[in-house]
Design a protein around this ligand. Structure first.
Ligand SMILES: [Zn+2]
Length: 319
């Protein structure tokens, strides 16, 4: 048996007592109001619990990366007063960029190592089905190639879901039944274009950084089941998941880069900062002096006053 590639991390988690959170934007465009809301939610959760808050650049899908977006995102976080911590405790510190952020495209060798671990456990298989064939066979992939023994080098690679996770607890939304089609499907670990999948990268990153709480938008809540099954395969205790409502302009219309959501205004951050805090359940309207505070002062106030029980219970907030 190959030993787990996470022995150091398992050891770290045993002795760690501090909350460790993260905000993990994809550099596919500047931050918009929806991503500001998610960043603030994870920031306040970590800081209100005396925790650390990291920023990770999720650029694994290089086909979506925009060259200038990384700096735009970091400048925006800075302008809004959200300073990220630099990891000094786990081995992931060795792979941080100069700006203190972990960057997925700099970690391909690490993903390969974790991929090889799954391959050695006979969890992976090559798939030769075309998109058209999969679509024709039903809404999700039914494991047609599981026993074909196709090579992993020149095919998309799927993971066998032998013990799918069917339900989980979310710290905000409570008990969640995972959609069976999502959790039981042998999903892609390596894509057709040779890139490692988001699922693999995000789980390896969260483990390597010793993340204890994943706070993020509820639009990806169903994918949690797939990620939990990977933790199981890696024999690592999963972090707790806390999903936030997503900001939408109409029902089902999440603010997103694809929907051309406008960038937040880093030259005048306070109005959008206060609006986002209000939508996180903070009593902004009761404090008339807040608009005169600096962003860091506003955040200090928010860290002291945030109460996640006041967070809206709907999965979507229409603005
Ligand atoms: Zn196939």
């Amino acid at each position: 048996m190959t030993p787990s590639p996470f022995l150091n991390q398992i050891q770290f988690n045993k002795s760690n007592t501090q909350v460790r959170g993260r905000f993990a934007p994809s550099p596919s465009g500047p931050l918009h109001f929806g991503s500001l809301y998610a960043a603030l939610g994870s920031y306040l959760h970590a800081k209100a619990n005396n925790g650390l808050w990291f920023v990770r650049i999720e650029d694994i899908d290089t086909t979506r990366v925009q060259a200038e977006a990384r700096q735009q995102i970091l400048d925006a976080l800075f302008a809004f007063g959200m300073e990220w911590d630099v990891d000094t405790q786990t081995q992931s510190q060795l792979r941080q960029s100069d700006d203190g952020c972990l960057t997925q495209t700099q970690r391909l060798a690490r993903y390969q190592q974790c991929f090889d671990y799954l391959a050695n456990k006979s969890m992976l298989y090559g798939c030769e089905c075309t998109r058209k064939e999969i679509k024709a066979s039903g809404s999700s992939y039914a494991g047609q190639c599981r026993h074909k023994q196709l090579t992993l080098n020149d095919h998309p690679v799927r993971i066998k879901q032998l013990s799918p996770v069917l339900s989980f607890n979310d710290l905000h939304f409570g008990h969640q039944i995972a959609p069976g089609s999502l959790s039981k499907e042998d999903y892609l670990i390596k894509r057709r274009d040779g890139l490692f999948s988001y699922q693999l990268a995000v789980v390896v990153d969260d483990i390597d950084q010793g993340i204890t709480h994943v706070v993020r938008g509820s639009d990806i809540m169903p994918l949690t089941a797939r990620q939990l099954s990977l933790y199981h395969e890696f024999e690592v205790t999963a972090p707790q998941f806390f999903h936030l409502p997503v900001i939408s302009t109409a029902v089902g219309q999440k603010l997103s880069k694809q929907n051309h959501a406008p960038a937040i205004n880093i030259n005048n951050p306070r109005p959008e900062l206060l609006k986002a805090l209000q939508l996180l359940g903070l009593p902004v309207e009761d404090h008339s002096k807040l608009p005169h505070f600096s962003c860091s002062e506003i955040l200090d106030w928010a860290i002291e006053h945030v109460d996640f029980k006041r967070l809206p219970t709907s999965q979507e907030i229409i603005i």
